[in-house]
Ligand binder design. Structure first.
Ligand code: FAD
Length: 294
C-alpha cells in the first residue's frame, strides 16, 4: 500500500500514491574541492526528500568523464542514495564506454542516462557513436538487462530536428533500442509535455516520461541557456521576469511560485514524477518540493 499524501492544488485536495511518484535530482561533477564540498552538502540537503536517484551529468565532449565517474562512485558508495551516471556518445568509444559500464556495474549501479551529448564548439566529428540510440543498442548488447536506461525527450522538439514528427521518430528509435524511461528537456508550458506524451502513446510508446524541471533563479542565465537548448520561455513569462530587472529576490520568489504550480499541475495530470535540474544548488528545489507538499 502506498502512502497517500495530500497535495494542495487550487482549492481542491488531491491524493497521490507516493510510491508511484519518482523524485530525482540532477547534479554536475565539480572540479574543485570547494565544489565537491558544496555538492556533498547539496546531496545531504536534498536527501531529505528520499529521491529515487541523483544523476550526474557528463560534460560536453566527454570533458568531465573522470569527474563524472568519481562523483557517481562517491554518492553510490558513501551515501545511502542511488547514483545514476550520464554517458554521452560524444567523447565515447566502444572501448572506453565498456570500461565505464564495467566500473559502474561493479559498483552496484543499475541505472544510466544515455545521451548523444552536446558538441563543444568547433568539434564536428563526434566519434564512434553518432546518435543516442546507437549507444543504447551497444549497452543492451554488452550488458543485457543489467541497466535501466533513461534517454532524453524533447516536448518542444530538439533544436536540430527538422520537424516534431521526425523528432518523435528519433525518440521511438531510442525506445526500440532498449530505453526503459525518459527525462525531458525542461519546459515551462505544461501543454507541450502533455501533447508530447499523448503523441508518444498514439505511436505505441509507453515508457514513463519524467518531466525535467529547471527552477527559475537567474533570468539572464536561463534566457541564454534556453536559446541554446531550444526550451521556450513563453512570452508572458519572459515579460514578467524582465519586469523584475535586477531584483533577484523577486525573480526567485516568483520563480518558486510559478515552478511549484507547474510541478503540481504536472503530477495532477499524471506525470510519473519530477526530475529537477539543480545546478548543484539545493535551495530552489527544496523550496519547490516543500510547496508541492510531497
Ligand atoms: P539524439 O537522440 O541522438 O538526437 C540528437 C538529434 O539527432 C535530434 O535532433 C534527433 O532528432 C536527431 N537524430 C537522432 N537519431 C537520428 C538518426 N538516426 N538520423 C538522423 N537524425 C537523428 N548533454 C551532455 O553533454 N551531457 C549530459 O550529461 C547531458 N544530460 C542531459 C540530460 C537530459 C535529461 C537532457 C534532456 C539533455 C541532456 N544533455 C546532456 C543534452 C543532450 O546531450 C543534447 O540535448 C543533445 O543535443 C542531444 O542529445 P540526445 O541524446 O537527445 O541525442
Amino acid at each position: 500500500m502506498g502512502r497517500s499524501n495530500p497535495i494542495r492544488i487550487n482549492t481542491d485536495w488531491f491524493f497521490l500514491e507516493m510510491e508511484t511518484v519518482s523524485i530525482s535530482f540532477e547534479l554536475f561533477p565539480p572540479k574543485t574541492e570547494k565544489g565537491r564540498e558544496n555538492l556533498r552538502q547539496t546531496v545531504r540537503s536534498l536527501g531529505v526528500f528520499n529521491p529515487d536517484f541523483f544523476s550526474v551529468t557528463f560534460g560536453a565532449g566527454g570533458s568531465t568523464r573522470d569527474h563524472t565517474r568519481e562523483t557517481v562512485l562517491e554518492i553510490q558508495q558513501q551515501s545511502t542514495f542511488n547514483a545514476t551516471p550520464h554517458l554521452s556518445c560524444i567523447g565515447s568509444t566502444h572501448e572506453n564506454a565498456l570500461e565505464l559500464l564495467r566500473c559502474y556495474k561493479d559498483a552496484g549501479i543499475h541505472q544510466i542516462v544515455i545521451l548523444r551529448g552536446d558538441r563543444p564548439s568547433g568539434i564536428l566529428d563526434i566519434g564512434e557513436f553518432h546518435h543516442a540510440n546507437e549507444l543504447v543498442s551497444f549497452i543492451r548488447e554488452q550488458t543485457g538487462d543489467h541497466f535501466h536506461i533513461q534517454v532524453a525527450a524533447y516536448p518542444e522538439m530538439h533544436p536540430e530536428s527538422k520537424s516534431s514528427a521526425k523528432d518523435l521518430d528519433n525518440f521511438k528509435r531510442k525506445v526500440n533500442a532498449g530505453a526503459n524511461s525518459a527525462i525531458t528537456q525542461y519546459f515551462y508550458n505544461m501543454h507541450a509535455y502533455l501533447d508530447f506524451v499523448d503523441r508518444c502513446h498514439s505511436t505505441g510508446i509507453d515508457i514513463p516520461i519524467f518531466p525535467g524541471i529547471m527552477p527559475i533563479t537567474n533570468y539572464e542565465r536561463l534566457a541564454q541557456f534556453s536559446s541554446i537548448c531550444g526550451a521556450e520561455i513563453p512570452r508572458w513569462l519572459h515579460n514578467r521576469l524582465q519586469d523584475f530587472g535586477d531584483d533577484t529576490d523577486s525573480i526567485r520568489a516568483f520563480g518558486i511560485d510559478f515552478v511549484s504550480q507547474l510541478c503540481e499541475d504536472l503530477l495532477r495530470q499524471g506525470a510519473p514524477g519530477i526530475h529537477f535540474y539543480t545546478l548543484n544548488q539545493a535551495q530552489a528545489s527544496t523550496e519547490i518540493m516543500k510547496r508541492i507538499n510531497l
